[in-house]
Design a protein around this ligand. Structure first.
Ligand code: FDA
Length: 366
């Protein structure tokens, strides 16, 4: 008999398994996929760690979490500085003095501020009624037209005029020549890839892959005293309050017989016509010098049952459904729900590790 059956070998499940095992508990981890790691898994293609479920850059302000992940492996100095390609024109992201200089030829922060203010005033939007008006009222028309509109419309599959304004509360604008996308103190990519961390966490833990909890629920539930569940909470409760919605993505990988395709790990395509939103060139996450390169085109798509559920859609309807499932979950004595799918929440990696460590504290601090 195991102490814990952990459903899902992603970051939440792996951190929990590692910490529980350290405390002398016996764990079994199952995953419906044929590999561990959940969405941080990387696949080795041509000697390059390919981020199979989307680009993953670790960043945090939390020293405790940073030290925790570094205790499994060292991180490199990768700094995320994506660029935008708008119909062949290249701009730095996030919006900063390099972007403004390229857009308008301005040199000083005051000139850039004046330009944005002028455009906001010209648009004359007092009460934004939709995402387009909201974005223009925040950053003016030029940035909106070239760098926000097409990308956002592709992401959501709808015109910006039909999208609610609350989706964009803020658009970060930086009046320094700083292309670092994140404001966090710590950032990087684990040397050797995320798999190294997961494998170390799961060392000595029984792992069963290609195993769907729901295909054999009774037998699996009988294997352990408690369950840690990191799958979809609506599926756990047999969709009794309805199905939660997600936004999904389609990834297309290409191996190219050249050393360097785009000179950067992440390039956003911000026009409406190009069907994909981003092209990832994976070797640049690790300063790779392999002869070939692997790129991934990322296409946003409507989620249908069976697709990977990537981003929860936390609108009123879905949040209300989730609240009902959460109420049931809180009444369970022997089941711990955790991670992005069981809590219907977008988590960055540092946040999901933090949440798993909180769950561990709660479970073992008696
Ligand atoms: P995760 O989904 O990783 O693991 C859950 C596991 O449970 C999966 O392996 C699944 O197969 C398994 N499972 C589900 N149902 C099951 C069942 N019924 N039976 C058996 N197994 C089951 N974060 C960040 O910090 N920086 C970044 O750059 C990015 N980038 C990024 C890009 C994209 C496209 C996405 C969608 C997300 C990111 N993230 C990110 C977020 C990051 O992916 C996230 O924080 C963690 O992967 C969440 O780990 P979990 O363990 O919660 O879920």
């Amino acid at each position: 008999m195991y102490d814990y059956l952990i459903v899902g070998a992603g970051l939440f499940g792996s951190v929990f398994a590692y910490e529980a095992t350290k405390r002398g508990k016996k764990c079994i981890v199952i995953d419906r996929r044929n590999h561990v790691g959940g969405n941080v898994y990387t696949e080795n293609i041509e000697g390059i760690n390919v981020h199979k479920y989307g680009a993953h850059i670790f960043h945090t302000n939390n020293k405790k979490i940073w030290d925790y992940v570094n205790s499994f492996t060292e991180f490199n100095r990768y700094t995320n500085s994506p660029v935008a390609n708008y119909k062949g024109e290249i701009y730095n992201l996030p919006f900063n003095m390099n972007t403004f200089n390229k857009l308008w030829g301005v040199i000083t922060p005051q000139e850039a501020k004046n330009m944005i203010e002028e455009q906001k005033k010209e648009a004359g939007i007092a009460e934004p009624n939709n995402l387009e008006e909201q974005a223009i009222s925040l950053v003016g028309t030029d940035i909106y037209e070239k760098l926000v509109k097409g990308y956002t419309e592709k992401q959501w599959g709808r015109s910006a005029k039909e999208l609610p304004s609350f989706i964009i509360k803020r658009l970060p604008v930086r009046f320094t020549y700083d292309n670092n996308y994140f404001n966090d103190k710590y950032q990087g990519i684990p040397i050797g890839g995320y798999n190294v961390i997961i494998e170390k966490m799961l060392k000595g833990v029984d792992v069963q892959l290609n195993t769907d909890f729901f295909a054999n629920r009774d037998e699996l539930e009988g294997k352990a005293k408690k369950i840690v569940f990191t799958g979809m909470i609506d599926e756990f409760y047999d969709y009794q309050f309805g199905q939660l919605d997600y936004r999904s993505l389609k990834f297309e990988n290409e191996v190219l017989d050249i050393e360097n395709y785009q000179g950067n790990a992440v390039v956003n395509y911000t026009d409406r016509e190009t069907a994909y939103t981003r092209v990832i060139e994976h070797k640049h996450f690790e300063f790779g010098t392999q002869e070939k390169t692997v790129i991934t085109k990322e296409y946003p798509k409507e989620w249908e049952k069976g697709d990977e559920p990537y981003y929860p859609i936390n609108d009123n309807r879905n949040n209300q459904i989730y609240a009902k499932y959460k109420e049931l979950a809180e009444k369970e004595d022997n089941i711990i729900f955790g991670g992005r799918l069981a809590t219907y929440k977008y988590y960055d990696m540092h946040q999901v590790i933090g949440a798993a460590l909180v769950a561990v504290d709660r479970e073992f601090s008696v």
